[in-house]
Design a binder for this molecule. Sequence first.
Ligand code: UT7
Length: 317
Amino acid sequence: MKARILSVGTFVPDTVLTNKEIETFLDTSDEWITTRTGIKERRIVDKEHPMSASEMGARASRIAMERAGVSSGDIDGIIVATFTPDNFFPSTACSMQADLGCKNAFAFDLSAACAGFTYALTVANNMIVSGQARTMLVVGSEVISKTLDWSDRGSCILFGDGAGAMVLAADEKNQQKGILSSCLFSDGTLGDLLTLPAWGENRVLKMKGNEVFKHAVRFMADLSLQAIDKAGLDVKDIDIIVPHQANIRIISALAEQLSVPMDKVAVNLQKYGNTSSASIPLAFEEAWLDGRIKDGSKVLFVGVGGGFSIGSAVCVF
Ligand code: UT7
């Protein structure tokens, strides 16, 4: 039994916040942000009437379900990776289950920050392979703009809002395709490098950017190699890497460590910034729609985030 990724769908809010606009209220510049991060602009939810993670996740999921040709009744399970849930409970996944009318689906949220999508993909894969579910929605959805300190130039310039969803389904017939391997790793001793408290005053995202940067590259390279090895492949076999879109310098350093040319790496952070658990499906969708990911492509997903949490997976399409 293999779990196959049938489709992807994404959603981003209409409002574009450019680096130039950030220049108007923060001591920074388009030039600094572009050269240090690769980001030119990001999408953010409307300040007056912000969309929730469940609303954005449902929009992305509808597109993914339509592309996969599955109806709401076909979905057995929904996992939503988010650090910006609508509520502690009901979970964002339960709200989406009601919104989408997936009445046969169990639903739960998962917290692994920017590695969330790789964690959700791994859990869904294992549930499908073990026979607990046949068709699942794996979602990353984030309203990060609401958690930022907009006077902290070391963090607020990086992030954006958005959502992405994939439909995964069981396939008993084709053993060559589907998710071949996945790896998860956590290091809680580095938890204070990237924080967002659940309680108390001053509940904003805080980051020791420089240190996060160094660990992110090392962890992503390690977990990438582990997943490739577990899949019985070599780095050269990978057609495209879809990494978490944190910073172009992190992504370039990862490519360099793996000796992979940048034209084999999906990058779209210039448009969306770091959308945390939504960034992998957002980058994947673009590569899928423009034909860089096609039938038979071997894809490496790798994500890293607060916790520290790191995840990777290798999949054949
Ligand atoms: O998904 C995981 C989430 N987090 C990450 O991936 C973050 C990873 N880290 C990064 O992306 C980078 O560390 C940052 C983009 C956050 C910062 O870039 P950096 O090259 O590591 O800069 P830095 O923190 O070493 O700061 C260098 C200088 C400092 O000035 P001084 O002390 O040298 O005078 C900062 O105050 O740049 C200054 N600086 C800025 N200047 C203009 C920091 N942020 C800004 C800014 N605009 N937005």
